[in-house]
Design a protein around this ligand. Structure first.
Ligand SMILES: [Zn+2]
Length: 258
C-alpha cells in the first residue's frame, strides 16, 4: 500500500496512490506536460496497472471518459510514464514533465473519439497545473508519441489538439490542406530534401539524426508529427501539407520563457 497524499488540485476527485515514482533529477522543475492514452480495455484496468508495484509505470493523473480526474503521484515527484524518450535534446523526460493518462482503449483495443467531457477535464487539469506552477511553454505540451515516436502512438490522431489550443494550451496551427501540390518524400528516399526535413523536425524538438536518408526512424517521426499536427492523414509520408504545417509551426513557435 502506498500512502495517501493531498491532491495538488481541488479538481482531483480522488487520490489513488501509486508506489511507482522517485525524485526528479537535479531538482528539475517540470516544464512539460505529456499526454497519453491508457491503451487498455478499461480505465479501471489502467488505473490498477499504474498503481501495481511490479508494473514500474505510473502517471501523475488519470482522466476518465466521464471527466473524473484521479491523481496517482504528487506533481513534485518523478512519475514513470515516458520510458525511453527524447525532446529538444533532453532524454530524462520523466524528470521534466507531468504525465497525464487519458482513458481510451487505444489503437490496440478499439480506438475511439475522446468524449467532450473528458477533453474538458484535460483542459481544466492543464490550466490548473499552469496556474499553480507557472506557465508551461506551449510547445512543451506534447504527445507521448512526440517524445517516443518509434515506440508510441498515444494519445493518437483522434486527440483534439485544436480544442486544447482554443483554450491556449499547446502549440498548434491549422494544418495545411492535403490537396497541396509538391514533392513527396518517403521511406527509402535520400538527398538534400531529406536533410532539410530532418533538420526542421529536429529544430522543432523531435529526436532524430540528420542523415539525409528517409529511414524508418524518419518515417516514425513524420508519423508522430502527423498524429499531432496533421491528423487528417497519418501515413509517414512527408507531403507538401506536412512540410508546410511543420514550417508554420517553426515560424509561429513562441519565444522561450525567460
Ligand atoms: Zn503513453
Amino acid at each position: 500500500m502506498s500512502a495517501l497524499f493531498r491532491p495538488d488540485s481541488f479538481i482531483v476527485a480522488e487520490v489513488v496512490p501509486s508506489p511507482n515514482h522517485d525524485e526528479r533529477k537535479n531538482d528539475r522543475a517540470p516544464d512539460m506536460i505529456l499526454l497519453h492514452y491508457t491503451g487498455m480495455p478499461t480505465g479501471d484496468d489502467a488505473l490498477q496497472r499504474l498503481c501495481a508495484p511490479d508494473s514500474k509505470v505510473s502517471a501523475h493523473y488519470v482522466v476518465f471518459e466521464d471527466g473524473r480526474i484521479v491523481q496517482c503521484v504528487p506533481e513534485e515527484r518523478r512519475a514513470w510514464h515516458a520510458g525511453v524518450a527524447s525532446w529538444a535534446g533532453e532524454t530524462d523526460i520523466n524528470s521534466c514533465s507531468i504525465g497525464i493518462e487519458i482513458v481510451n482503449p487505444g489503437h490496440e483495443f478499439g480506438y475511439r473519439d475522446f468524449p467532450l467531457r473528458q477533453v474538458a477535464a484535460v483542459i481544466s487539469l492543464c490550466k490548473s497545473i499552469m496556474t499553480r506552477r507557472g506557465p508551461i511553454p506551449p510547445d512543451r505540451v506534447l504527445a507521448h508519441s512526440d517524445v517516443a515516436p518509434t515506440r508510441k502512438q498515444d494519445p493518437g490522431e483522434k486527440f483534439p489538439w485544436a480544442l486544447l489550443s482554443e483554450s491556449n494550451i499547446g502549440h498548434w496551427v491549422r494544418p495545411a490542406p492535403l490537396s497541396l501540390d509538391g514533392q513527396t518524400l518517403k521511406l527509402g528516399d535520400s538527398g538534400d530534401m531529406i536533410l532539410r526535413l530532418q533538420h526542421a523536425l529536429r529544430a522543432y524538438g523531435y529526436g532524430l539524426e540528420e542523415t539525409g536518408h528517409y529511414d524508418e526512424t524518419t518515417r516514425d517521426v513524420v508519423t508522430a508529427f502527423q498524429r499531432h499536427f496533421r491528423p487528417a492523414r497519418v501515413d509517414g509520408i512527408s507531403d507538401a501539407s506536412t512540410l508546410l504545417t511543420l514550417r508554420a509551426l517553426i515560424e509561429t513557435r513562441p519565444e522561450p520563457l525567460a
